[in-house]
Design a protein around this ligand. Structure first.
Ligand code: UD1
Ligand code: CA
Length: 434
């Protein structure tokens, strides 16, 4: 922790270029809101993280409070003081060094933030040379000294040709902000108070301003849904590399989707096309091709190919085969090899679930539990009408509809319509020509 640093994250803007009813900073990357990532990086460095909100502020605050405690939220008066400079007006940092981050930069990491702190200038600002600078503010630099930042909408043709852009991260001494933020004006193309105008004012007063060259891959602003997809690819790559470094085997990793909340333990194999979401833990398990796992725990098990574990499934020592869907169920030492739906179920060691088995867990109003004991052999195409409880050591014949109730140990459960044979029927129906 660098306890002499406050970090301000600007998250009050609408993000109109996203063309969405949802606030820009709440759009998700790898299963978490993009604002989560910059706050996470900030929290690794300091205890004073200030998030400026306005647009959809209740939703933004609620989303971040799910992940973090002790954040300071400040509301911008965005109607009267719009713009990134307006966002800074109510900010009261605890420390003398203040780092300002845009909330739409999810790819930033702790190590990059720290580079700003090593520099003693009054203002350190991030710059990136770009082949295509469009969309960013241009940085006018002479003799390695920053003169000013001009926003694209205010830039002359000559200024637009500058390809060094403002990445949107700045380290200020608190007194610099106290001096210049109140002096900002909104006399510009967007009628906004630009934080970036502080640079020129400070420069004119002889303050030291140091440009810090940074990598686009970490400082990329997300302004559109194209940018969102691009940032997600970069983040996903980092997540996969992190887990491969930690010992996970991935086949065709670029086809595997893994969210931020997913964790692995021990030696795991993940085959191509798998999608692992939410608060999922995979331990010593093999996830086969094109399986989807959401908010579930999988230990010492194999899943798929083409299986679907929906939220709150817990597998231990279990085999789940293709086209099996499991929801909110705990399976311990179970085999369910093919084509089943197991919802709201608890199934114990040694039990075998035949192909086509379905827990009928929902009557249109409520959900009900299916409890299956040890060593139960569930024949193919069985329907278990919940609530149903089956004791240990039971055999259920193929095709049985197990109606709701309790079934004792050491029995066969069988419901079958007797076979009818109608002689000559085929010929009668289709005629002799067939
Ligand atoms: C800003 C910079 C630009 C820089 C770019 C880098 C200004 C004036 N321009 O432009 O020089 O190249 O970032 O990505 O700062 N926000 C508020 N309140 C507002 C407006 C915005 O909190 O009234 C927040 C937004 O939620 C966002 C961040 O500030 O997280 C940046 O806003 P955005 O509109 O994306 O700024 P850019 O036009 O990209
Ligand atoms: Ca931006």
């Amino acid at each position: 922790m660098v306890n002499s640093l406050s970090i301000v994250i600007l998250a009050a803007g609408k993000g109109s270029r996203m063309k969405s009813p949802k606030a820009k900073v709440l759009h998700e990357i790898c299963g978490r809101e993009m604002l989560y990532y910059s706050i996470k990086a900030a929290r690794e460095i300091t205890d004073d993280v200030i998030v400026v909100v306005a647009h959809q502020k209740d939703a933004v605050i609620a989303a971040m409070e799910k992940h973090f405690t002790d954040l300071t939220f400040i509301t911008q008066d965005a109607d009267n003081f719009p713009g990134t400079g307006g966002a800074m007006m109510g900010v009261k940092p605890k420390y003398d060094n203040v780092l300002v981050l845009n909330g739409d930069m999810p790819l930033i990491e702790r190590s990059s933030i720290e580079k700003f702190l090593a520099n003693p200038a009054d203002i350190v600002m991030s710059v990136i040379p770009l082949d295509n600078p469009s969309g960013y503010g241009r940085v006018v630099i002479e003799n390695n000294s920053v003169l000013r930042i001009v926003e694209e909408k205010d830039a002359s043709a000559d200024e637009k040709a500058i390809n060094t852009v403002n990445a949107g991260v700045y380290a200020f001494k608190h007194h610099v902000l106290q001096t210049y933020i109140p002096r900002l004006s909104n006399a510009n193309a967007q009628g906004e108070y630009y934080l970036t105008d502080v640079i020129e004012m400070a420069r004119n007063d002889g303050l030291s301003i140091s440009p810090l060259y940074v990598e686009e891959v970490e400082f990329k602003g997300v302004n559109s849904k194209n940018d969102l997809a691009g940032a997600e690819m970069i983040m996903m790559d980092r997540i996969r590399r992190f887990w491969m470094d930690a010992g996970v085997i991935m086949q065709l990793p670029e086809t595997i989707y893994i969210e931020e909340g997913v964790k692995f333990e021990g030696e795991c194999i993940v085959e191509n096309g798998a999608r692992l979401c939410g608060n999922t833990l995979i331990a010593n398990s093999h996830i086969k091709a094109h399986s989807i796992i959401e908010d579930s725990t999988v230990r010492n098990s194999d899943v798929g190919p083409l299986a679907h574990l929906r939220p709150l499934s817990v597998l231990e020592g279990t085999h789940i085969g293709n086209f099996v869907e499991v929801k909110k169920s705990t399976l311990t030492g179970v085999k369910a090899g093919h084509l089943s739906y197991l919802g709201d179920a608890t199934i114990d060691t040694g039990s075998n679930i035949g192909a086509g088995t379905i827990t009928c867990n929902y009557d249109g109003v409520k959900k009900y539990q299916t409890i299956i004991g040890k060593n139960v052999f569930v024949g193919s195409d069985t329907q278990l009408v919940a609530p149903v409880e089956i004791a240990d050591n039971v055999m259920i014949a193929a095709g049985t509809t197990v109606t709701a109730g309790k079934y004792e140990s050491d029995i066969l459960i069988l419901s079958r319509t007797p076979i009818r044979k109608v002689a000559g029927f085929f010929t009668k129906f289709f005629g002799k020509g067939k």
